[in-house]
Design a protein around this ligand. Sequence first.
Ligand SMILES: Cc1ncc(COP(=O)(O)O)c(C=O)c1O
Length: 391
Amino acid sequence: MKPLARRTDDLRQSDIRAVSQMVRAVDGINLGQGICDLPTPEPLRRSAMDAVDRSLATYSHHAGIETLRDYILAKARSYNEIPVESIDSIVVSAGSTGAFATAILAILDPGDEVIVFEPFYGYHVNLVRAVGATIVTVPQSVPDWTLDFDQVEASVSPRTKALVVTTPGNPNGKVWSRDELSRLLDIAERHDLWIITDEIYEYIVYDDLEHVSAASLPTGYDRTITISGFSKTFNMTGWRLGYSVSPSVTAEKIGLLNDLFYICAPTPLQHGVAAAVDMSESYFDEMRADYARKRHLMCTTLESAGFDVSWPDGAYYVLAGIQPLAERLPGFDNDRIACRTLIERCGIGSVSGSSFFTDQQVGSTYLRFCFAKEMDELETACRRLEEVFAL
Ligand SMILES: Cc1ncc(COP(=O)(O)O)c(C=O)c1O
């Protein structure tokens, strides 16, 4: 038998699933997998059911139904301040993951290099590799995940084609400032690079920080593909609806690829979102306030349990250092052992830090916790952590 494609050689199912199984086996609480299991807002559920009832069940336009793209256009202009001109710049896809995959397929050739910032979101790295491009990582420094822009520039080679930014970041919650994005854009302009920004957590920022889109910076729009979606903002990860925003010449190619891979995003769910997505400001304010309370509980609990915590500025994860625990307790020698220890001793699931780093030595000193849980469940999880590990 001839071998399978080489692009699958290094692909592995992350240990997130194995962790989920172990947590289930002890009837524990999983703060590992980045699944937000809060309910989808009722108006969205109702309008999607209505679309199914009305049999809006055929293929849609490959780039999405017009009413949904109209909403995204208005939102990209007002919330993101992106100077997007028409819905020709918008491609609705199978989640932001579909949007990212079609975006990189549109701009990368095998052998191209892509710079990502470490810790990174694993799908970005694996998808870039799957299309035959090479990942180059640049570290973000603890505790504030700052970047050395000289190092970023030094990492650019004649083969570099794109930079990938995730803001707010998963797993570290870094929210890129306007100044940082401007400095990155300067580098992109000097070396003629694309910027792909994953902004799926754009509405989840803390302490009145502002979410800034690279495409909104003067001269940023032409070389930026902005990726976002509805999964996280509206608790609908399984609906698989996301989108990209880019200049129409780029969007046309992304749309062709979206057609090839998916034909379109799920039509009734597109209608469901388009009919009910225009929420009042209070929806977003309440969501942020709710996550801010959960962030506070999660971070203070981890601190009192002895983890080294850098509080996230956005998104709903904490990347917590295990080094201080390793110094005083058995079972914290590295991320995988620590992950097991937490499940065995208090039934709490987490994700090994090495999933987010190419530098395994650095990665092995972290665990990631997701606090997108119902408050009572998170409180129970935190109580268990405190009871077992409080200093
Ligand atoms: C940074 C980031 N981008 C994208 C996704 C996936 O989003 P979607 O459900 O829209 O594909 C996730 C999910 O965890 C994520 O953390």
